[in-house]
Design a protein around this ligand. Structure first.
Ligand code: APR
Ligand code: ZN
Length: 266
């Protein structure tokens, strides 16, 4: 693993434009369960997964019932979102934020809705599946910061009068066009992609590395607890297997040493 970590650090210092793609795996060390890992939410609770697949249609059919479920009045999902809002970043998030600060990471494209990359200091974050910290209007596209809602005011209404939903992309819901576009641009312009903590099975996000590989000379480094379809398909050039909270800080440590050496040599 040491050699792969050193190689990833070298790749970062030599790349023209690097981006990181992240999934739920980078937040498990912040106490947030992932979805498909051995103790994942969907792995352990198929009923919750089935309910998640109905959530977008529920909103379209009955916004009030959607909010009763989301507020934990008629379901448990409200507590989960509250847990996400209260979570704190871990060493993996801070490592990516430091790479941005060193000018070596152009953007983070995340599937996570917990906002932990921003809490850790990353400023260029594309939240492909949205955020539990915001509401969105499907009609006019306005977004609002989430504020505690009382039961009497459900569903919350937009300025245009339509019901607001969480700015979270539920299964079967389209990715907002502005987000899709930004993610596509970032993925296709990078020459180095770090893919951290994702099973890479949910589309269209999972298409990004595959499209980048097809359209550009990108090097893809996977950092994940287990191999994924990207590993099996040879989309990723290497897999550094283990915890993002351990591997990413070790890569940043190597980068710092290389930069210090380069400074001394010039
Ligand atoms: N370090 C590295 N990898 C980890 C860690 C860790 N600390 N913890 C878990 N993993 C790995 C798991 O082994 C798994 O391969 O991260 C991956 C997480 O995969 P998923 O649980 O499928 O999460 P993700 O890929 O983000 O899911 C995508 O599915 O349900 C939807 O909208 C949801 O955004 C989510 C999307
Ligand atoms: Zn509106």
């Amino acid at each position: 693993m040491e050699r792969l970590i050193e190689q990833a650090a070298t790749d970062l210092t030599k790349s023209r434009y690097a981006v990181a793609l992240t999934g739920a795996g980078i937040s498990t060390e912040s106490g947030i369960p992932d979805f498909r890992g051995p103790k994942g939410i969907w792995t352990t609770d198929r009923e919750a997964e089935a309910k998640a697949y109905q959530r977008y249609e529920l909103f379209l059919r009955d916004p009030k019932a959607y909010w009763e479920e989301m507020q934990g009045i008629s379901g448990r999902h409200g507590e989960f979102y509250q847990r996400l809002r209260e979570a704190q970043p871990n060493a993996g998030h801070y490592a990516l934020a430091e790479l941005e600060e060193l000018g070596l990471l152009g953007a983070v494209l995340t599937q996570n809705i917990d906002g932990l990359h921003q809490k850790a200091g990353s400023s260029k974050v594309v939240e492909y599946h949205g955020s539990v910290h915001r509401l969105r209007c499907l009609s006019c596209g306005r977004r609002f910061v989430f504020k505690e809602l009382s039961e009497e005011n459900l569903p919350p209404l937009c300025k245009c009068g339509r019901a607001l939903k969480y700015d979270v992309v539920h299964f079967k819901e389209p990715i907002p066009f502005d987000v899709m576009l930004r993610a596509q641009e970032e993925a296709l312009k990078c020459d180095l992609m770090l893919i951290c903590g994702t099973s890479a099975v949910v589309y269209p996000f999972a298409a990004l590395p595959r499209q980048a590989k097809l359209h550009s000379a990108v090097k893809i480094v996977e950092i994940n607890a287990e191999p994924t379809p990207l590993t099996a398909e040879g989309v990723s050039d290497c897999l550094i297997q283990g915890r993002t909270g351990e591997i990413l800080p070790r890569i940043v440590e190597q980068v710092r040493q290389m930069l210090a050496k380069n400074t001394r040599n010039c």
